[in-house]
Design a protein around this ligand. Structure first.
Ligand code: NAI
Length: 329
């Protein structure tokens, strides 16, 4: 089956080609992001493979359907970038990779928290420049602190377990509390209590209308000064402008992001010799207590292997007319 793979990077090609030997799909690698304008590149492909910043809105989906596409294989877990109602009306099936390595993302969230707390990003640069002063690099013990986890699904529950291992009190909020977390000693509380009591908060819930700008002006008002926030989930969970105000006032003591609400025009490309036009993002990067990675939390060998295998298997299920367990309903 011919499959057009959008937003393709060398590492996608490497892993997908390696495991496709078993499946034998005809893979066409396209570097462009999938948008209504680029959808025509998929003409003649029965399936399309897309990633987190591809735009799968109604107009893109209509063009894909017109070009003969019937199946969309997301090579990611989140599907907030897909207009599912439009896909359904066009009889397009959408599948995803629900869990490729939850450890990769949870461990990256922990790494960001530790780096931010102990100013490792600053220390790294200082030492390289021969500056061995430790002035300003003081952190806190993580042990004994209260950590808030919003969303205790597959990734959030692993993050919570790691934090329990550090000797933290873990408060959580989820619309469906996780019994495994309760057994670990995690305490489920209302969001307001979580915001008010946590020294650091890590976000692991999906982006949906109810969670859009979950962290904003009103929620910062509930938190105590110096709180750390880590977001490895989706950028628009945080109102970035409100976060900038909270950093300037000292309410927000540290912000670590692997995702950013306007990341789609920035991330996954080398823009080091471009003039970046996003003033909000550039303001963020001027703060010493803001740490940004470019949506790499998932990026481990294990995760890439699982993404490739599951994506190719989802495509094979569709081709064979089998029911696919990873369809997005
Ligand atoms: P999951 O579906 O296992 O867990 C999400 C949890 O959020 C569920 O327990 C759900 O009940 C909860 N939830 C839903 N609505 C909520 C609300 N309004 N308030 C609080 N909790 C709510 O998802 P998983 O695999 O743990 O992934 C979490 C997020 O991580 C994904 O939505 C995705 O956006 C992001 N992600 C980021 C990656 C990266 O590389 N940075 C890679 C993979 C996922």
């Amino acid at each position: 089956m011919k499959v057009s793979i959008f937003s393709s990077k060398s590492y996608d090609e490497e892993f997908l080609r390696k495991f496709n030997a078993v499946f034998g799909h005809e893979l066409v690698f396209i570097e462009n992001r999938l948008t209504a304008e680029t959808a025509l590149f998929a003409e003649g492909s029965l399936a399309v493979c897309a990633f987190v910043n591809d735009v799968l809105d109604r107009s893109t989906l209509e063009k894909l359907a017109q070009g003969g596409c019937r199946f969309i294989a997301l090579r990611c877990a989140g599907y907030n970038n897909v207009d599912l109602a439009a896909a359904k009306s066009l009889s397009l099936l959408v599948a995803r990779v629900p869990a490729y390595s939850p450890y990769a993302v949870a461990e990256h969230a922990v790494a960001l928290l530790l780096c931010l707390n102990r100013h490792i990003h600053k220390a790294y640069n200082r030492v390289r420049e021969g500056n061995f002063s430790i002035d300003g690099l003081i952190g806190h013990d993580v042990h004994g602190k209260t950590i808030g986890v919003v969303g205790t699904g597959i990734i959030g529950s692993i993050f919570a377990r790691i934090m329990r291992g550090f000797g933290c009190e873990v408060l959580a909020h989820d619309v469906n509390p996780n019994t495994e977390c309760v057994q670990l000693g995690v305490r489920y509380v209302a969001l307001d209590e979580l915001f008010a009591r946590s020294h650091a908060i890590s976000l692991h819930c999906p982006l949906m209308p109810e969670t859009h700008h979950l962290i904003g002006e009103k929620t910062f008002a509930l938190m105590h000064d110096g709180i750390f926030i880590v977001n490895t989930s989706r950028g628009a969970l945080i109102n970035t402008e409100a976060a900038i105000t909270a950093i300037k006032s000292g309410r927000l003591g540290g912000l670590a992001l692997d995702v950013y609400e306007e990341e789609s025009g920035l991330f996954f490309e080398d823009r080091s010799i471009s003039i970046i036009q996003d003033d909000v993002f550039m303001r963020l990067t001027t703060f010493p207590n803001v740490l940004v990675t470019g949506h790499q939390a998932f990026f481990t060998h294990e995760a890439m292997e699982n993404i490739a295998k599951t994506t190719l298997a989802n495509l094979a299920d569709f081709e064979a007319g089998r029911s696919c367990a990873n369809l997005v309903k």
